[in-house]
Design a protein around this ligand. Sequence first.
Ligand SMILES: [Mn+2]
Length: 427
Amino acid sequence: MITPDTIDASNRAFDEAWRSDYAHLDEQLRRRGLDPDAVVEQVAAFEVAAPSWALGTGGTRFGRFPGRGEPRDIFEKMQDVSVVRRLTGSASRISLHIPWDEPDDPRDLREQAAALGVAFDAVNSNTFQDQAGQTSSYKFGSFQHTDPSVRKQAVAHNLHAIDVGAALGSKALTIWLGDGANYPGQTHLRKAYERVRDCLADVYEAMPSDWNLFIEHKPFEPAFYATVVSDWGSSLMLARETGERASCLVDLGHHLPNVNVEQVVARLITAGRLGGFHFNDAKYGDDDLTAGSIKPYQLFLIFNELADALADGALPASPSYMIDQSHNVKDPIEALLQTVDRLQKSWARALIVRRDALAHYQETNDVLMAEETLREAYETDVGALAAAARKRLGGAIDPVAAFRASRYREQVSEARTGAAYVPPQSL
Ligand SMILES: [Mn+2]
């Protein structure tokens, strides 16, 4: 339903304005000694994965307000991801949650996905809630549990998620644990950590040799007194103790208020353990709002650290980029299109920071000019550049406008009748 013709038709309407904006931006960047074509190429290479749980309207524990035409199963979710891929040129990978999106036949699903131009990113295991038919309960944790049989069950679930992921062509496992304590005295803080560490080692041991393990931290919720993997320090300790292919995953909403997330990113780069990102934004806690909606400057500063580290070789390759949001009041596809556009723009802004000038001002302690060098890039309207990258990939100048003009949602609403998929609360 989103064809090259649909996209061309939309692009024709914006083409003249885009050319004019791009010409101006091109001139501005060349004046700064930058190569706009090289930046377009790097933005076009930016690839972010969409999570299977973000294709349906999310919710909070107070309610959910689903829209029309939401996907009813994993195949329809892949269809929706393929729309995001076509319109943005990015998001050709989907991150599955096991067991929420466990396929009956992973090999068959892999073929169906390939036909849509979609592949599978990291799989996510889930031991923070009980599943039907499970022997032991995770009420008091999974990897941290005092009962070895519960820990064994949790490790076995992770190995199962790896098996499913391997059949789908995934190359990584992301583990986020709700393990922790709600009250002082509930758990032995050191022993709980040690049990988690030992279970991670068991999972790592069984992982295929070309797989990576991402450890995702979060300060609180559901544990409101002490979460085991609460912060990047605990995550880094665990990654180091687990093995070379274990690294830290930074979810932008998983930090206490006022934490300097770009500095966390810089630390993990120095430690050689920055594995990936979950993009979203937050005002208060783990709000799972659209990336860049609340703190766009922070998002830019994070990409600035990445661009800097990739340029000087501190980061050998791009980390794994994933979106992790919950869309309660937006159309999920539109929210993803908006997100990819914001990420492409943030990445573009990071790429136009005049690195030599910034280094000079830092070395000479010219605080004002160093700050202004970052602001110069951040305040540049790079919309035309992001659009140029999408055009190069066959995508849309304005993805949301093209999506609305295609009437995709209206069309799938007619086909997708019956019980809609109900996504659980996002992570
Ligand atoms: Mn996350």
